[in-house]
Design a protein around this ligand. Sequence first.
Ligand code: PLP
Length: 414
Amino acid sequence: MNQATQHIDVSRNTFDEVMVPVFAPAPFIPVKALGSRVWDSEGREYIDLSGGIAVTAVGHSHAELLQVLHEQGDALWHVSNGFTNQPVLRLAKKLTAATFADKVFFANSGAEANEAALKLARRVGHDRAGAEKHEIISFEQAFHGRTLFTVSVGGQPKYTEGFGPLPGGITHLPYNDIEAARAAISARTCAVIVEPVQGEGGVIPARREFLQALRELCDQHGAVLIFDEVQTGVGRSGALYAYMEYGVTPDILTTAKALGNGFPIGAMLTTDAFAQHFPVGAHGSTYGGNPLGAAIAEKVLDIINLPSVLEGVKRKHARIVAGLARINETYRVFGEVRGLGLLIGAEMSEAFKGRAKEIVTLGAKHGVMLLIAGPSVVRFAPSLLIPEADLDTGLARLEAAVAEFVETPAAAAK
Ligand SMILES: *Cc1c(COP(=O)(O)O)cnc(C)c1O
């Protein structure tokens, strides 16, 4: 520890003093984690069913990742894209070998991967058919990141409020509505961007026929089909990417979150034909594909892309769904439980609509870290490697939280 960290006392109150208030973090401060357990500054233990928002897919402080971090840290962190590096080339080889893609562009986050995808789609439309072919189709409740372009493409109006003028040429359609897509996609459409499971929007899986219809419509109108797999990717769905589970292949796929297990990295995957529309200088990033991040992501892929791990994801999905059903038999707090693999949403039942956040707050009190996905959905996105015993402990702590929740009148809630 350096001098500065030794001599500055910090607490949760420090957040309100010195941080731009765009977040409202929990009252406790995590300081240590291993696997699917986290400890806060008071020494209290939590089971982590939130996975850093679908990020820590191989758990915290994974020994092999720590080893790669140290080894690559010793060897080479950063040289810029004026040079290539061995880890990024190996990572690109592995990503293209494992997917439909031939080419990869690296960025540092999901939003940046989507920014690259949307810019590429605009460029393809422009090159092939002229400036008229620029319309982007996306879906209500979609989430694609927080840059101005990606919030504009996203389908949650509260995220664009007060940021105008916004980029134009974007149309939002109802999700899972084939007829609306058929009516809207035209020769002017350059891209359709869709999450195979809407994550932030409430853990809503696409219907297979919907994705199939989007694929057909894009082919028919010469539009690029983009799957935003930032949340569903890297094994979370029970396949390496959810498109494999659905059997519908996009032209561009974006991946981030779990790819670095918490080290910031994102990637846009595409085919040779589309990659050609991004010649030297058309797009870029200072850090994207740096050796440290790439080495870590390469190891993450090695750990996750195994049949045993992916089968484990499906087994644990069933275990969580069964656990939630048991809790619900007693307490009747949840309505529909949905999702794929280890991305699961439990919708609050009619009597408890809008109160998902209270479950998360009480969960922390009882030693389990949870997420929401909108006001009425409790979301689970644990490590894909979470031991079943930890899963059971986490569910038992959730049950204790739910028991306290049903005793709490809505009016008492903040
Ligand atoms: C989290 C998320 C993003 C944004 O990723 P950042 O790394 O926060 O920029 C984009 N799309 C989806 C589907 C996401 O879940």
